[in-house]
Design a protein around this ligand. Structure first.
Ligand code: P6P
Length: 337
C-alpha cells in the first residue's frame, strides 16, 4: 500500500536479489544487528529514567572510563551477534582482544568490528550518540580466527554503517553500491527508508574540528584549519564551525549537508600521537560510506581505505567529508598547496 514506506528488511532483500552471489547470510547478519540496535535505542532513549547513566567504575582498553550504557550496548551486540550463525569472530572498541564465536555457533565467515556506543562521553547530556559497524569476510583458510584476519584494508569491507540515536534513531549503511538511510518508526518498531541513495555535496560549508587543540597541532594542520576559516578559500567566505564532540553526530550532519570533519594528529597525549579516532571500528567504516556517497577520507597523506592496519585499536589522523574539501586539506598537509 502506498505511503507505508520500504522497510529495511525489504531493502536488504531487494539488494540481496541484485547480488547473484548473495546467500542471504549477510542479510541475516544485518537483520540481527538491526535487532540489537533497537534494544540499544530503547535503553538510550530512556537512559535518564533508569539507573543506566553514569559510570561502571571500569576502564576500557582505550584507557577511557566505561559508562553503563557503553557496557550494556557492548554486551547486547556480542550476545546477539554470537547467535546469528554467520559471524565467526568480532572486535569491539571496548575489548582489548578479538572475540571468537564458539565453533558450534557459526557456519559462516563474517568478521564484525564495532564501536558499540560512540560519543559515550556525551550520554549524560542527552547528546546524539551512535553504534558504528564494519563487516569483512574472513579470507584466511585457517580453521580458526586470528588477529591477522581483522587487520585488513578498509577497501576490503563488504558492508559498513552506523546507527545514530538522537531525535530519531536512524540506520545508515552501504554494502558497496549506494548509501541509504532508514528511520526507526518506534510505533511499529521498524526502520523505514527515509534517505535513498545519499550523496555528500562535493564541497561543504562546514568544518568540524576541536580547536581547543590548536597549540598541539603542527604548522600544516594549523594552515588547513585556517584555510576553512578564511575568506581566501574556494567559497570566498569562511565555513561554519560545527563540532558536537560525538563522531557519529558530526559525521552524519556533514554527510547530509556537506563539510569536512578533522581529527588531526596532535601532541596533547604522547600515548596517542596519531590522534584519537580508531581506524578499524570508527574511521574505516565511515570512510567506506563516504566513498560510496561520493566523498573522501584521508589521514593527511593517503586514502583511509588503503591503510593496512597494524594493530586492532590503531588510531589514525583523519580528514573526511566533501571530496573537494578533503582534497584541499590533504594537499595542504602534503605541502602541495
Ligand atoms: P575530543 C567521543 O568520546 C569521541 O570518541 C568521538 O565520538 C568524538 O568525535 C571525539 O571523541 C571527540 O574527542 O578530543 O574532541 O573531545
Amino acid at each position: 500500500m502506498k505511503g507505508l514506506g520500504i522497510t529495511v528488511t525489504e531493502h536488504l532483500l531487494i539488494h540481496q536479489k541484485e547480488s547473484p552471489a548473495a546467500t542471504g547470510r549477510l542479510t541475516r547478519l544485518l537483520q540481527e544487528l538491526i535487532f540489537a540496535a533497537k534494544i540499544i535505542s530503547r535503553e538510550v532513549n530512556k537512559a535518564g529514567l533508569v539507573d543506566i547513566l553514569g559510570l561502571t567504575g571500569d576502564i576500557n582498553i582505550q584507557g577511557e572510563r566505561v559508562r553503563k550504557l557503553d557496557d550494556f550496548a557492548n554486551h547486547v551486540l556480542i550476545y546477539r551477534m554470537e547467535r546469528t550463525g554467520v559471524v565467526c569472530a568480532m572486535s569491539s572498541e571496548e575489548n582489548a582482544d578479538i572475540i571468537p564465536v564458539p565453533e558450534d555457533m557459526h557456519q559462516e565467515d563474517y568478521l564484525l568490528t564495532f564501536d558499540p556506543l560512540d560519543g559515550s562521553s556525551n550520554i549524560d547530556a542527552n547528546v546524539n550518540i551512535g553504534t558504528i559497524f564494519s563487516i569483512h569476510r574472513k579470507v584466511s583458510d585457517r580453521p580458526y580466527v586470528t588477529l591477522d584476519d581483522f587487520l585488513r584494508r578498509g577497501s576490503k569491507q563488504v558492508a559498513a554503517g552506523y546507527f545514530i540515536y538522537g531525535p530519531s534513531t536512524m540506520l545508515v549503511y552501504t554494502t558497496g553500491k549506494s548509501v541509504n538511510g532508514f528511520t526507526l518508526d518506534p510505533s511499529v518498531g521498524e526502520f523505514l527508508l527515509s534517505h535513498q541513495n545519499i550523496t555528500i555535496p562535493e564541497r561543504g560549508k562546514v568544518y568540524s574540528v576541536n580547536e581547543a587543540y590548536t597549540s598541539y597541532w603542527d604548522e600544516k594542520t594549523k594552515r588547513v584549519v585556517d584555510y576553512f576559516k578564511s575568506q581566501e578559500n574556494e567559497r570566498g567566505k569562511p565555513y561554519a564551525a560545527r563540532y558536537i564532540g560525538s563522531f557519529v553526530a558530526d559525521f552524519h550532519r556533514n554527510l547530509l549537508y556537506g563539510g569536512i570533519f578533522m581529527y588531526p594528529a596532535d601532541k596533547k597525549d604522547p600515548a596517542k600521537p596519531r590522534g584519537k579516532l580508531r581506524l578499524l571500528c570508527e574511521v574505516a567504516p565511515m570512510a567506506y560510506i563516504l566513498e560510496q556517497a561520493g566523498g573522501a577520507a584521508t589521514d593527511g597523506e593517503q586514502n583511509i581505505l588503503d591503510i593496512k592496519p597494524s594493530a586492532l585499536h590503531e588510531r589514525v589522523p583523519v580528514f573526511m567529508g566533501s571530496k573537494l574539501d578533503v582534497e584541499k586539506a590533504t594537499n595542504i598537509m602534503q605541502g602541495k598547496d
